[in-house]
Design a protein around this ligand. Sequence first.
Ligand code: SF4
Length: 266
Amino acid sequence: MPLFVHPALTSLIQTLSLPSAILRFGPVQLTSIGPAYQLRHLLDATTPIESLRIVESASLRDLVNHAENKAFRPNKAAPNLVRGWVCQVTTSNELGNALETLLPGGLADWFAASQTGFKSLDFRTFAGRQSGMYRTVDSLSDPDACEVTRACCHSRFCSRRRLWTVGKSETDSVLEKSDVPCLEPCALLLELARRAHRLNQQERSTVTLSEGDLATLAAAINIAVAHTDPTLPEGDLSDSGHPRRLMLLREKLLPWLPATTLSVEG
Ligand code: SF4
């Protein structure tokens, strides 16, 4: 009896069979090499294969849970996946398992977004469905929700290509992120939105800063984001030094500074 292959996997394999096809599957590059499929970190795309460590598909699970700096990776689409490895699989079953290990749900979302008539869930509909401590998220204005989205979904933190929008905001591009879409706001986005709403409720102070002081503040944010404490849990946004909160502050400064001043390496 022929082996059943899920339509999503069949579609992916067809895409990979096109000449020179390269899929950016979250933080992973996926290619078809002869009868095999090859997976490696996107940032190792041009590294000679001899310089990479061969990893069996059964051992991929050991790679995904912690970043190089030992920080736990709750979001498997984060670009901080360990580098320096390559994995080759030959069967569709092995390929499906490898992809599910590296980015759970990624293949299903990729397939769903490729279907005719597909529509992602926009922020406002998503926020309107929240209850309990998250019901306040719907009170964020569109500009505030856009700031939260840019901060939370920055390519530095997540390789999923955001297809949902806030009002008429832009979606993410494949080149900026990857082929794997994000179909609706995730738990991290929801929590940052809740924090943003609470911060907006707090009493405000007026501080006058010169352009030079603002540039120094921008530089401090960039340094802090680049040197995050690896023991800080990604899901705990209560810490004011959390990189996503720093990026939210950066978003608030943007109107006063040229974007180049605040460029943060992705
Ligand atoms: S909401 Fe943003 S951070 Fe969360 S999975 Fe989607 S793109 Fe990534």
